[in-house]
Design a protein around this ligand. Structure first.
Ligand code: ZN
Ligand code: ZN
Length: 134
């Protein structure tokens, strides 16, 4: 089966994953916005046996929100979000922005849009530029 590669920004942490994801959650909940520092988290789910670290697994740190099923793993060197294992170890959760190439996803969901702030809910009304604004 075809694979995709992914890495953190500095390149210390890299991985490969089978390009056949079950689901993608674009989550706008308060916790995902805080933990990513962005409008929403973009997480892909795949069976754990389709995932392999290629380098830097010992550079990965994980934060687990107490009493909630919310985690984030990140490279200790550059802070980029990198994949982590689900609580039961059956799935890997892969931040979409860490991948090179286009993920193949069976089903995509935007979730917790009720918690989305106005600045991130009408992105088609924000002026779009190819690079920096003129
Ligand atoms: Zn890094
Ligand atoms: Zn969330």
């Amino acid at each position: 089966m075809p694979k995709l590669n992914g890495s953190c920004l500095c390149g210390a942490v890299s991985f490969e994953v089978v390009n056949a994801f079950d689901t993608m959650f674009l989550c706008s909940c308060d916790q995902c916005r805080q933990i990513t520092g962005s409008a929403f988290a973009s997480n892909l789910f795949i069976a754990a046996d389709g995932f392999n670290w290629l380098s830097g697994a010992d550079e990965v740190a994980t934060y687990q929100l107490p009493a909630r099923d919310i985690s984030k793993s990140f490279c200790r060197v550059c802070g980029s979000g990198v994949p982590w294992a689900s609580g039961d170890g059956m799935k890997m959760i892969v931040p979409a922005g860490s991948l090179r190439g286009e993920p193949e996803v069976v089903k995509k969901y935007r979730i917790f849009i009720s918690e989305q702030p106005s600045w991130s809910s009408c992105l088609d009304q924000v002026e779009a530029c190819e690079g920096l604004p003129p």
